[in-house]
Design a protein around this ligand. Structure first.
Ligand code: ADP
Ligand code: MG
Length: 758
């Protein structure tokens, strides 16, 4: 009884798909695998392209090779068995003209047609033994009523612009099936779809009502521009895309404001602090570094906590800016934590910090997993007592085991692997979200049960330390996130939408640009000659081997083979060492140190050197199997050279045949040195999911929007979201604000599962 009920009623957006007539439990499983659970999901399953099947043609005018629509009468039909497969053959006519249509494996059509029926057909005009025919055309028997359906109101298949859907369930649910089902869902959809976007915004942007937008993307009006449809720029598409982005940005904005409403620390930036900053500077900061520091300092002076992202190309000098910020905190009597993604990087930061900051008398400690337990305990005591002023370590270590006396600033040196969704989820897990005003806020009060060791989670990662600081000093620490990759603006807005952004878009002076070349590994002997020449001149070289997953045994073996070949056969007279992620930490550190000191001339390495390693005397990098790396990653790797005075060379070696896409990647790198341009291109070539590596889980997944296409709409959405949160005004009522927020919460909960239901 209850199971029958929903099918008698109008469909609501939240109705499970199985209650749409024609779906049922079996097919709904296939749909669920595609993430289509509700009517709303189904209606947002947009066509990936459209076909213009308007203007039916006469049989006599058909031309070989074209796609054609026509309406004709059934004359004869029959099934033929060839040796390979059954073929269904249909002959249709218009007056005296006749046309043959065939369907391979067409047994299922055996009893479909009756002579005299009128059919509409759409397909490719082919030639067989001098005769034109249609092969596997889409068709519709006009006037036919589907079983159980009141009437076939309009042709769904021909005579109009037809939506083409991706099929599902290994082709079981065809494009045609989706056309029928979605059409039916639209016909039975409740007339009252909730509208969450306030009317002032709708008017400003000329947004269609939701129901109309949905109908028009699936069922375009006659005469709609095919180009606009395919580029997703019809008013209907814009409405749906904007809506999706708007509610994401609304959540981000709210999150941001919530962070800002907390009590932080108002650092003082007086002359003494300024002087202390000046004293450390080993060189004149670039204009971009000055601007970034100014933005950071302004945040730090404010009483609310800083949440800022510092992004800039490799080598743009982020570390220096971070150290300057650290001085502000230290000079104000607070401690600073600097968290790095790997031990090598932590080590590296520690060495630079000692070089740059220790002359000023600051007390710096390095906390790594490889230290003796006693030593670790001692360092922790220093931190807890407030003696250590700058604490450098890996994320995991600092997050899990450290109590600070007066933590004022957290600097997170982030690999490009973390997204806002992860940040939000972790905040929730760590109970940081207790204000209840967050988009995901539930007023969680429980202490964390577990902490992710990979967390780069400014707000929450230091939750324990943050809490201690609150106890001690009554304010949340400031957080500065640094990313190692330039991020295209669309991604920055979504991944880091909760953070303010500073950009270093200028390189320090005196950089010689890097010459990048492609070479096939057949001429590797020339490459090694070149390396030898540069090393003899006193420079150092990297040889990078693509071990992308360090636990991939076979890849690592190949890298080690390469190493022994280079060290024994090719450069037996030079100092060659190897570095990979699975070496003991001590050994890794030792190798890095020796390379830094110039005692190792050639470093054979996996991508562990991708991030942050800074050895200015290294001026040559050979990347083996460069075709296997992503564009952004190649750029990161290349950023390890070109840091000193010597002219630098990056040699991309390829082995075997390179795909067309690989070609484009490598050529882009040869032509381009600008990280932001490379990042945009990379995003385009690989799409957002791959952009941050396959393990990227922090990206919001979009139903209709695209991070590559929709930057403009994203910025609009952000602007309008901020407008809403600035409160009611003559154009915007509190009721509308509340409605928008309610819808936003529902969506966040549904999409990201961030709110407990109930
Ligand atoms: P990033 O972390 O942005 O990749 P780093 O902070 O490691 O870059 O800086 C790269 C190199 O440039 C380092 O050797 C650093 O000492 C140097 N550097 C940074 N800022 C300047 C500057 N303003 N002038 C000259 N050299 C600089
Ligand atoms: Mg760096």
């Amino acid at each position: 009884m209850t199971a029958l009920l929903p099918s008698l009623q109008m469909l609501e957006p939240s109705t499970p798909v199985q209650y749409v007539k024609g779906i049922g439990p079996k097919l709904s499983e296939i749909l669920a695998a595609k993430g289509l659970n509700t009517v709303d999901d189904l209606l947002h399953y947009l066509p990936f392209r459209y076909e213009d099947r308007q203007n039916p043609r006469g049989i006599a005018e058909l031309q070989f090779g074209e796609m054609a629509t026509l309406v004709a009468e059934v004359r004869t039909s029959g099934l033929f068995r060839t040796r390979r497969m059954p073929i269904f053959q249909l002959t249709v006519g218009q007056g005296r003209s006749r046309l043959k249509c065939i369907w391979f494996n067409g047994t299922y059509l055996k009893d479909k047609f009756q002579p005299g029926q009128l059919v509409a057909l759409y397909g490719k005009v082919d030639l067989n033994r001098g005769e034109l025919q249609l092969v596997n055309p889409d068709f519709e028997i006009l006037g036919e009523e589907e079983k159980g359906e009141e009437k076939a109101a309009e042709s769904r298949e021909v005579g109009r612009i037809i939506p083409i859907y991706e099929s599902a369930g290994q082709g079981r649910l065809t494009s045609r099936w989706f056309r029928r089902i979605i059409h039916r869902a639209l016909e039975n959809l409740t007339p009252e779809l909730p509208e969450g976007i306030p009317s002032a915004i709708r008017k400003r942007l000329n947004l269609l009502p939701p129901r109309e937008a949905l109908r028009k993307v699936h069922w375009p009006d006659d005469g709609e521009s095919l180009h606009d449809l395919e580029s997703r720029r019809t008013p209907a598409h814009i409405r749906l895309i904007f809506e999706e982005l708007f509610f994401i940005e609304l959540g981000m904005e709210l999150k941001r404001r919530e962070q800002k409403s907390k009590t932080g620390i108002a650092f003082q930036l007086n002359d003494r602090v300024r002087q202390a900053i000046k004293e450390i500077l080993p060189f004149h900061p670039t204009a971009a570094q000055k601007r970034a520091l100014k933005e950071i300092a302004a945040d730090m002076e404010k009483p609310c906590p800083m949440r800022r992202l510092l992004q800039g190309d490799v080598g743009s000098g982020k570390t220096l800016v971070a150290f300057e910020a650290a001085i502000i905190a230290i000079e104000n009597g607070f401690q600073v934590a600097l968290m790095a993604p790997t031990e090598i990087l932590a080590q590296q930061h520690y060495l630079s910090a000692r070089r740059i900051l220790e002359p000023s008398g600051y007390r710096i400690v390095l906390l790594t997993g490889s230290l003796e337990d006693d030593r670790k305990r001692e360092i922790r005591r220093h931190i807890a007592q407030g003696n250590a002023q700058l604490v450098i370590g890996t994320h995991a270590l600092i997050e899990q085991t450290v109590d600070f006396a007066r933590l004022g600033l957290v600097i997170v040196d982030e690999q490009h692997r973390f997204g806002v969704m992860q940040r939000f989820k972790l905040m929730k897990k760590s109970g940081d979200d207790r204000s209840g005003t967050s988009p995901v806020g539930t007023g969680t009060t429980a202490r964390p049960v577990e902490q992710s060791s990979t967390a780069t989670n400014p707000g929450a990662s230091l939750h324990r330390t943050a809490e201690d600081s609150r106890r001690h000093v009554g304010g949340e620490p400031d957080v500065l996130v640094m990313t190692a990759t330039p991020i295209p603006r669309t991604l920055a807005l979504t991944l880091y939408g909760d953070l303010d952004i500073s950009i270093l878009d200028e390189m320090p002076p005196g950089r010689t640009s890097i010459v990048t070349r492609r070479v096939s590994d057949e001429s590797s002997f020339k490459v090694w000659d070149f390396v030898r020449q540069k090393v003899s001149a006193g420079n150092q070289a990297y040889v990078v081997y693509p071990v992308i997953e360090e636990n991939e045994e076979s890849e690592l073996k190949a890298a080690m083979k390469m190493y022994s070949e280079l060290s024994r056969k090719i450069f037996p007279d030079l100092e060659v060492a190897v570095l990979h992620g699975r070496m003991e930490t001590d050994l890794k550190e030792q190798v890095m140190r020796l390379f830094q000191q110039g005692k190792i001339q050639i470093l054979v390495s996996t991508t562990v050197i991708e991030v942050g390693v800074d050895v200015p005397n290294a001026s040559v990098m050979v990347i083996e199997h460069a075709e296997r790396f992503g564009l952004a990653q190649l750029h990161q790797l290349r950023g390890r050279i070109g840091r000193g005075v010597a002219k630098s060379y990056c040699i991309l070696m390829t082995g075997g045949k390179v795909s067309e896409e690989g070609d484009r990647r490598l050529d882009a790198l040869v032509r381009n040195n600008d990280g932001f341009q490379i990042a945009e291109l990379d995003l385009e070539l690989r799409g957002p999911g791959e952009f941050f590596g396959t393990r990227q889980a922090g990206l919001p997944s979009f139903r209709v929007a695209s991070l590559i296409r929709d930057l403009e709409l994203l910025e609009l959405a952000k602007k309008e979201a901020a407008w809403i949160l600035s409160g009611p005004n003559s154009e915007l009522s509190q009721t509308e604000i509340d409605r928008a927020l309610r819808q936003m919460r529902t969506r966040w909960q549904k999409t990201y599962g961030l709110v407990e239901v109930g």
